[in-house]
Design a protein around this ligand. Structure first.
Ligand code: UD1
Ligand code: UDP
Length: 374
């Protein structure tokens, strides 16, 4: 049998871990590969929550997170420390996913050693380098030299071709987030206790429609976050709704949300949920209000209308399919659009249709086959 290919998968944040665990599982079970995992731990608690549920024990944990870290300091440390792991492991391929600092630094460290990079979730483009910031540029950097581009959708593939990426290196694989969501849904079905921790809140808010909420984008810090908090206050003044808001651990998010929203009757500010509990929150929510990338992909799969608190999106598929709507960060617009969905049954029904523009749940297997044959 041929020598297995050594694949080093590098990631650092919650969403990368969620979208890469299906691939890490697939590589681990496949004799064509020798799989290694390196986490930068750009996130700590929020990353560990995913590692726990997915049963992943990294071979290298760089433990890079510092409170309130800056983009440049994190980038510099990640580049040097991931580089050292590459020198030790000497993998045949490096796999990264998405658009974070870890992704850019991990890919660059591989490029500096002429190790080919597989970019999962390649080709998402908003066309605006400040929305999302700095993720749009992180993704473009990796797109400039990856050897294998796993585009989740045809739209993403076309964006890469417009940038003159060699078409032979671009493959539409679907997004592994759907693999992850299906996996966690099956785990919860086997073991319901994995997602039973919201029962008290569900009882407290019984009879009200739940709005699931997340917010963390850097470009929204300051005025945007303040506007979002004001919108939540307004929406939660209705007595027929309740907002469940797992607050991101970034101190820039927590400071505003705690100051503005603590103590409101119809708002539950809670700690970040592990993935099974977040899947449960998606399930019980009538509407999702978010600036997250991943949630824009998961909500359509579950037929949950999602109002996206961003000016642009690099994930137009949900908007085109009608389950997602861009509402920006203007307080009045967020409140108006939320109230419209709450009060206008036809508007709600038009958005609440389950469909899957982002994948079919078999993306990790496709990516593994590509890595075996590339
Ligand atoms: C990062 C990514 C963003 C991604 C988001 C997912 C960059 C520049 N940003 O943003 O693309 O959408 O993750 O959530 O790569 N913190 C903790 N514990 C944690 C995680 C974060 O305390 O488990 C706090 C720390 O103070 C940390 C701060 O949050 O310094 C910011 O973390 P960082 O990874 O730099 O940025 P995010 O806003 O989380
Ligand atoms: N998520 C989670 N717990 C939470 C909030 C979100 O597990 O409390 C999951 C969510 O299901 C999605 C991912 O985290 O898969 C999105 O991560 P985030 O919003 O932090 O980052 P982004 O997708 O915007 O990069």
């Amino acid at each position: 049998m041929a020598t297995p290919r050594k694949i080093l998968t590098v990631f650092g944040t919650r969403p990368e871990a969620i979208k890469l665990f299906p691939l890490v599982h697939a590589l681990a079970d496949d004799p064509r590969f020798e799989s290694r995992v390196c986490i930068s731990a750009q996130h700590r608690e929020m990353l560990d929550q995913v590692l726990d549920i997915a049963g992943i024990v990294p071979d290298h944990d760089l433990d890079l997170m510092t409170p309130g870290q800056t983009l440049d300091a994190l980038t510099a440390r990640a580049l040097v420390e991931i580089g050292a792991v590459l020198d030790e492991e000497k993998p045949d391929w490096v796999v990264v996913q998405g658009d974070t600092t870890t992704v850019m630094a991990g890919a660059l460290a591989a490029y500096y050693r002429k190790i080919p990079v597989c970019h999962v979730e390649a080709g998402l483009r908003s066309g605006d380098i400040y929305h999302p910031w700095p993720e749009e540029v992180n993704r473009r950097v990796v797109g400039g030299f990856a050897a294998l581009h796993c585009a989740p959708t045809e739209t993403a593939r076309e964006a890469l071709l417009r940038e003159n990426v060699d078409r032979e290196n671009v493959h539409v694989t679907g997004n592994t987030v759907i693999d992850a969501l299906q996996w966690v849904t099956a785990r919860i079905a086997q073991e319901p206790s994995l997602a039973c921790g919201l029962a008290d809140l569900e009882a407290r808010f019984s009879g009200k429609r739940i709005i699931g909420m997340t917010s963390h984008r850097r470009e929204n810090f300051g005025e945007g976050m303040q506007n979002i908090a004001n919108a939540v206050k307004d929406i939660a003044s209705r007595d027929d709704v309740a907002v469940i808001f797992p607050v991101h651990l970034n101190p820039n998010v927590r400071a505003v949300m705690k100051e503005q929203l603590v103590g409101l009757d119809n708002v539950a500010l809670i700690e970040p949920l592990d993935y099974p509990h977040f899947a449960r929150l998606l399930d019980i929510s009538h509407i999702m209000l978010t600036d997250s990338g991943g949630v824009q992909e998961e909500a359509p799969a579950l037929g949950k209308p999602v109002l996206v608190m961003r000016e642009t999106t690099e994930r137009p598929e949900g908007v085109e399919a009608g389950t997602a709507k861009l509402v920006g960060t203007d307080t009045n617009t967020i409140v108006r659009e939320t109230n419209r969905l709450l009060d206008d049954g036809a508007a709600y029904a038009a958005m609440a249709r389950a469909h899957n523009p982002f994948g079919d749940g078999h993306s990790a297997a496709r990516i593994a086959d590509l890595l075996a044959s590339a």
